[in-house]
Design a protein around this ligand. Structure first.
Ligand SMILES: [Zn+2]
Length: 51
């Protein structure tokens, strides 16, 4: 799970060693502290093969 801020460079991810619960908690904390909008990292679009 990845969470990132739409308004600054804040970012937290389970790949940083956090559990999903911790990621969610930190995302909420960032929102509460800054009022910034935190969103889940969107998956990249599927690769499109070009002819
Ligand atoms: Zn932010």
């Amino acid at each position: 799970m990845d969470k990132y801020c739409l308004e600054c460079h804040w970012h937290v991810s389970t790949t940083d060693g956090y559990t999903e619960r911790e990621v969610s908690k930190r995302a909420i904390e960032h929102f509460v502290e800054t009022g910034h909008t935190v969103d889940s990292l969107r998956l990249p679009p599927p690769p499109v093969l070009q002819n």
